[in-house]
Structure formats: structure tokens, C-alpha cells
Design a protein around this ligand. Structure first.
Ligand code: GPP
Ligand code: MG
Length: 299
């Protein structure tokens, strides 16, 4: 058996700040309350429309209905990844890069029966996910590893698929995609969902900057995603822009008592074309072939 790599999870002062941010984020009802009923906790947002009747509901049930609708939307969002993956055999192994409290990993396993490896560097998220895995009865097929998603302990070509669900704003894309290419088997597939800076319509992104401060992240440009994917030998097969569909979630969340203050920034960023919400499906090509697709890294 191959030796596991020695990979420290926190390597830089930025990663230390980020680790502290997530270690301290233990009391987040906007995430904890939503998952309480079905045991699926998410750190991503929703796409598509919401049922407008919840906003007209009597005051004593309105908040409960808003949260239920937001949770339905966050659960449904995982279909973006399920659909992009295509047919996944039950013996496939998938890495969920930045697995939060496990929601995406559990839903992928539930659909395909596949072996899931959630990777996360936040201790309380890992404890939480592992306990939930037991509660769902998935502990033998869904495991969670403490690691930095850009420097994991897994051997080369361990995975048939890698997914990341709104987590890549925390990493250097060249580093992350290089790692994912290393981990993927030849012809393996990477699916990512992310919010990114639009760099076609405007160069000014004040609301994206505010979101960066709120989450201690660095929202990358759309062009940076495509360039870094190609440079890593991950060739985009499909890029889908769901910016318009990403807006209703934030409208609904603005009406919740649990709104955190970040909502107007997402609404303005999407409405004004500062940010896009995208899904990218990319396939790993051979190392020899990737020499031919590398593009200039100048920005
Ligand atoms: C915010 O989701 C998520 C990110 C900034 C990406 C990080 C992803 C992880 C898997 C940790 P959230 O659900 O924590 O935000 P909020 O608390 O505002 O709902
Ligand atoms: Mg959330």
C-alpha cells in the first residue's frame, strides 16, 4: 500500500486566519437550524425559484416556512453536481473538496451508493460530519479526512471524480486544480460549483470585495478558473452560468430572521454583473496531452 503523504493542513498565515474563522463559526443558526430536521447541513446556497406564498404566510409560521424553503433549495442545489457527474457506478470513489458539515457528500452517496471522501480542515465540522454519517448509517461508505484540500494525503489517481461545492474561493486555483488532477484517475472528472468575479462586464467589484471580507475568502475571476483548469490538464466540457437562478435564494434569505448581513452584497453583485454563479464540468487529460493546452498565467 502506498505511503500516505505528510501534509500539514495549515501552512500559511492566510490559512491560519481561515482556520480560526471556521473554528470560531460554531454558532451559525442559518446553517444549523436548516439541517436539523433531515440531518443534511450545507455550506452552499440555493438556486432556482422559491415558493412566494411563504412570504405571505401568517407570522407564527412564516419564518419556519422560509427556512424550510431555503433548505429545500440548498438540498436541490446538489443536483447541479449530480447531473454534471453523469452516471456514477456504485464502486466509484469521489472526493468532496471542502466538505463542510457533510451535506454534499451524503447526498452524492445517497444517489449513487459511491464511496465518498469528504476533505475538510475544520475540526468541529469533521466531528459533526462523522457523527451524522453514523446517524445516517453511511459511516462505512462516507468518510471524512482532516486535510488541506490542496495538499491531501491521498495517493496519485485515487479518485474517479472530484467535486467542490462553493469552496474554491478559499484556495489558490493552480494549487488546487494541480492537486485534483494528481488525485484523479485518467479521464476522471472534476465538477465545481462556485461564485466568481465576472471579468467581462466590469473590473469593479465592491460587493464581491465585501463578501471576501465577510467570509475571509478571495473570490476568483471567471477567467482565472478556466485558465487554471487548462493549466492543470483539466479540460472544461461544460460551463453553465446560473447567475440569474442564484438570485432568488438571496431574496428569500433577506426575509429571514436569520439573515446575516451578507445578503445585499450577493444580490447587488449578481444583479449588477459583478459576480457569476457557475458550474464547470472538466475532464482530466493525460500529462502528455496537457502540455499542449497550458495557457499563459499572467493575471
Ligand atoms: C459559506 O457558506 C460558504 C463559503 C464561504 C464557502 C465555504 C464552504 C465550506 C464547505 C466551509 P455558509 O453556509 O457557511 O455561509 P452562511 O453562514 O452565510 O450561510
Ligand atoms: Mg449557509
Amino acid at each position: 500500500m502506498e505511503q500516505a503523504l505528510d501534509t500539514p493542513t495549515v501552512r500559511t498565515s492566510y490559512e491560519r486566519d481561515l482556520h480560526r474563522h471556521w473554528s470560531d463559526k460554531t454558532n451559525d443558526p442559518i446553517n444549523l437550524r436548516l439541517g436539523a430536521e433531515d440531518g443534511l447541513y450545507h455550506h452552499h446556497y440555493g438556486v432556482g425559484g422559491f415558493d412566494p406564498s411563504v412570504l405571505q404566510a401568517p407570522l407564527d409560521v412564516r419564518e419556519k416556512l422560509i427556512l424550510a424553503e431555503m433548505h429545500r433549495m440548498e438540498n436541490d442545489q446538489v443536483s447541479l453536481i449530480l447531473d454534471a457527474l453523469g452516471e456514477v457506478p456504485a464502486d466509484a470513489r469521489i472526493m468532496d473538496a471542502g466538505s463542510g458539515r457533510g451535506g454534499t457528500s451524503f447526498l452524492l452517496h445517497r444517489r449513487f451508493g459511491c464511496l465518498m471522501d469528504g476533505v475538510n480542515f475544520c475540526g468541529h465540522h469533521l466531528d459533526f460530519s462523522r457523527q451524522l454519517g453514523v446517524r445516517h448509517g453511511y459511516q462505512d461508505r462516507v468518510q471524512f479526512t482532516e486535510a488541506n484540500m490542496v495538499a491531501t494525503p491521498f495517493a496519485d489517481q485515487t479518485f474517479d471524480y472530484v467535486v467542490s461545492n462553493e469552496t474554491t474561493m478559499y484556495v489558490d486555483l493552480d494549487e488546487a486544480f494541480g492537486e485534483f488532477a494528481r488525485l484523479l484517475k485518467p479521464a476522471g472528472r472534476y465538477v465545481l460549483v462556485t461564485w466568481c468575479r465576472d471579468d467581462t462586464a466590469t473590473d469593479v467589484h465592491p460587493d464581491a470585495d465585501a463578501i471576501d471580507r465577510h467570509y475571509v475568502c478571495h473570490i476568483h475571476r471567471r477567467s482565472a478558473y478556466l485558465r487554471a483548469l487548462l493549466n492543470a490538464g483539466l479540460v472544461p466540457k461544460q460551463v453553465t452560468d446560473l447567475t440569474t437562478e442564484a438570485i432568488p435564494y438571496w431574496e428569500l434569505r433577506s426575509a429571514s430572521e436569520l439573515a446575516t448581513g451578507v445578503e445585499p452584497h450577493f444580490l447587488d453583485a449578481y444583479r449588477q454583473g459583478q459576480m457569476n454563479y457557475i458550474v464547470i464540468t472538466a475532464d482530466r487529460i493525460s500529462e502528455a496531452a496537457s502540455e499542449n493546452v497550458a495557457v499563459r498565467a499572467d493575471g
